[in-house]
Ligand binder design. Structure first.
Ligand SMILES: [Zn+2]
Length: 331
């Protein structure tokens, strides 16, 4: 199995897709499929739509499919994971055509599924090609594409937590990887205006930075450098409220709160989020201030119950006074 998918950028990659109708399955959703279908030279016989990522549902869908040699995933994060799941179960070839760059699902080989409502990362599916079609991605709401930057910027707070874990619990730490991860954040900052504009350069840089970040995590053997307290905040938010959010926006709010807690350049982070145009204000992303307070107060219990790795959260007593200070200026 090759290390990396072949990464292709262009404005008319979909028109160039070579599809054998009888051996190809397309895994997609209604909205991206509407954009892609008219541009294909040839339509496959089997098109499956993702309903939800519950594993039992995925298995049921997979069980009804005939033999196929290639699965093409077209759409956002769930479509990527659905296609990866099918390719992994059937051992087929995999081509990914993301319709947004809002999450890194197109570069990771793990498959995020739900089991009894909880997200689990399983399997191994490596795409042979990743087609970044600028025309398709530019058709998505800019807000979704910009939010992708959060899963790269999360290195800022997550790497801080990683170092804490190393200092407190002798967790494996690699200074070279930490330094290269920090460079990824610098590179993101350099192209922040392009990402805000969702220009071709901005889209390309986001995908390239996802790939670099993912390589570094693979080299280390875990996702500690990019998944820390800001993600745990996001998970607890979905757990407490039962609501669904745009992942990158919720993670961005988490980053801002955790950077304040870590005393880790929160003002710089806020300016960068504004330059990127990623939303993080609770009222903009669908979160009530009362909910936010409850989420913060219950955060240490959540992390303990879920047995999550050590972060700044484990070193904090979330008193009402502290929560006031952390949420200052948020609305
Ligand atoms: Zn994430």
């Amino acid at each position: 199995m090759r290390e990396h998918p072949e990464l292709r950028f262009g404005a008319d990659l979909i028109e160039g897709l070579d599809i054998n109708p009888s051996t190809t399955v397309i895994a997609t959703m209604e909205l991206p499929w509407k954009l892609v279908a008219p541009r294909l030279r040839c339509r496959p016989d089997h098109i499956v739509f993702v309903q939800d990522m519950e594993r039992s549902h995925l298995d049921e869908t997979e069980g009804k499919l005939p033999d196929f040699g290639v699965v093409v995933g077209v759409g956002g994060g769930s479509c990527m994971d659905f296609a990866k799941y099918l390719a992994w179960k059937r051992g087929s070839r995999l081509i990914l055509v993301p319709s947004i760059v809002s999450v890194d699902a197109c570069v990771t080989h793990l498959v995020a599924v739900r089991e009894d409502g909880r997200v689990r990362n399983i399997g191994h599916a490596q795409a042979e090609s990743l087609l970044i079609d600028f025309t398709l991605i530019s058709a998505a709401p800019a807000r979704l594409n910009r939010a992708g930057a959060a899963d790269i910027l999360s290195i800022h707070t997550a790497s801080f937590d990683w170092l804490l874990g190393h200092q407190k619990h002798a967790e494996k730490y690699d200074a070279s990887i930490a330094r290269r991860c920090s460079n990824v954040v610098n590179e993101l900052e350099d192209c922040a205006a392009e990402i805000q504009a969702v220009s071709h350069t901005g889209i390309r840089r986001l995908v390239e930075l996802f790939e670099t970040e993912n390589d570094l995590c693979l080299e280390l053997g875990n996702y500690r450098p990019e998944e820390g307290s800001e993600h745990f905040f996001a998970y607890n938010t979905e757990h407490v409220t039962g609501k669904h959010f745009i992942h990158g926006e919720l993670v961005s709010l988490g980053m801002l709160l955790m950077a304040r807690l870590q005393k880790n350049k929160p003002d710089w982070l806020k300016v960068l989020l504004d330059t990127l145009g990623v939303l993080y204000q609770p009222s903009d992303i669908g979160l009530e201030m009362a909910e936010l307070r409850h989420i913060l107060m219950s955060l240490p219990d959540y992390c303990r119950a879920e047995n999550l790795p050590h972060t700044i959260i484990d070193e904090t007593d979330f008193s009402p006074t502290l929560v006031d200070a952390l949420t200052a200026g948020l609305r």
